[in-house]
Design a protein around this ligand. Structure first.
Ligand SMILES: *Cc1c(COP(=O)(O)O)cnc(C)c1O
Length: 379
């Protein structure tokens, strides 16, 4: 049987322990057994996110969590700031438009992200903004901001800081309460190692107060319903039961391994990939001070046909990288080192990349990326 190694930044590789959990017969959600799962999962997610405030679960992909944040935090006509440094930042602006918010959009060049000073300048110019929407790991470019520094700016203002952590949660450090982040949006299928199906929203007291005053039309994504259900350790509607049960196990696995240790390991794999990429004459897209731990976007000369490289790796060899998105469509490939991916997955992916690059006519010494990666991994 052909291998199917997912080195994509969502969905990401699902470890066998969790495949077994996902294969179990379904249980009913209005039962003491499921209530126990929810109780453990809320506790685990709070630890992972670094909050004692509310965490809500939605049966949705990551975008559902983002939509819930937008729909609940402001009213039509309210001023908000959306920040774009990649494809996913553009989604905040599109959502704000759909909900008729008055969005000021800051465009930052791709490859870096917004800095705390730029956030400060934006809030000085727009002190009446209800919220600022940013992306913690911009999956299209693999760049990540100084979230702690940004939260230090927003926490002193009335503006709520809303963070798309869909691909960041579990992989990039976050300490929501300590840093002063107001809303964290995520999903089950990236750093949390599962299929898509559970959207996650964590909200601070500042955010919850805004949810109460929003006059936006909302029904399924009305987070006030989720908040009310929390009092009974419940969800307002039928949750994605099987994935919720597996998510509880996934979060337990990450916490048991030690989240700081895991994140240090993701950083090491990232550094190994950066060294590997340079060793075969390619370029990492994100600027050095902004590189994420969870994935790497690699610039591929158009003459080598990056789309074809991804296709051959996937269809012939069973190893899936992601292609480029938006401005990077046909110009880059992306490899994830998040969730359940380990160093041998990365080495396998690099070995396959070398083979396919060689066949495409790229000039480099075979094995060079593997040697460079091994040096970092075994330092
Ligand atoms: C994957 C992802 C999303 C959400 O995408 P869905 O397809 O809705 O799960 C949002 N933001 C970022 C940064 C992502 O990586």
């Amino acid at each position: 049987m052909k291998r199917n190694l997912l080195l994509t930044p969502g969905p990401s590789k699902v470890p066998v322990e969790l495949c077994e959990v996902l294969g179990r017969p379904i249980i009913h959600h209005r039962t003491p057994q499921f209530q126990q799962v929810l109780k453990e999962l809320f506790e685990g997610l709070k630890k992972l996110i670094g909050t004692t405030s509310d965490v809500y679960l939605l049966a949705s992909s990551g975008t559902g969590a983002m939509e819930a944040a937008v729909a609940n935090i402001a009213s039509p006509g309210d001023k908000v700031i959306t920040v774009e440094y990649g494809k996913f930042g553009e989604r905040w602006a599109a959502l704000a438009k759909a909900y008729k918010l008055n969005a000021v959009t800051l465009k930052i060049e791709w490859g870096r992200t917004i800095t705390p000073d730029e956030v400060k300048a934006a809030l000085t110019e727009h002190p009446d903004a209800k919220a600022i929407f940013i992306t913690q790991c911009e999956t299209s470019t693999s760049a990540t901001p100084d979230l702690k520094g940004i939260a230090a700016v927003t926490r002193a203002t009335a503006t709520a800081l809303v963070v798309d952590a869909v691909s960041a949660l579990g992989t990039e450090p976050i300490s929501m309460d300590e840093w002063g982040v107001d809303v964290v949006c995520s999903g089950s299928h990236k750093g949390l190692m599962l299929p898509p199906g559970v959207g996650i929203v964590a909200a601070s007291a500042k955010a919850i107060a805004l949810f109460e005053t929003s006059s936006n039309v909302r029904f399924y994504f009305d987070l006030r319903k989720c908040r009310k259900a929390l009092a009974d350790t419940d969800t307002p509607f039928t949750p994605a039961i099987g994935i919720v049960i597996a998510l509880n196990e996934a979060v337990k696995m990450l916490l048991a391994a030690g989240i700081e240790k895991k994140q240090a390991y993701y950083l090491k794999m990232a550094q190994a990939v950066w060294a590997a990429v340079e060793a075969i004459g390619l370029k990492v897209y994100a600027q050095p001070d902004y590189r994420s731990r969870g994935l790497t976007a690699i610039v591929i000369p158009e003459a080598l046909n990056p789309k074809k490289i991804v296709k051959i790796m996937r269809d012939t060899h069973g190893i899936t990288f992601a292609g480029g998105q938006g401005d990077l469509d046909g110009k880059a490939i992306r490899i994830a080192h998040m969730g359940a991916v380990d160093e041998y997955d990365i080495l396998t992916g690099l070995a396959c990349l070398e083979k396919v690059l060689k066949e495409a006519g790229h000039k480099f010494e075979l094995g060079a990326s593997l040697a460079a990666a091994q040096k970092v991994l075994n330092a």
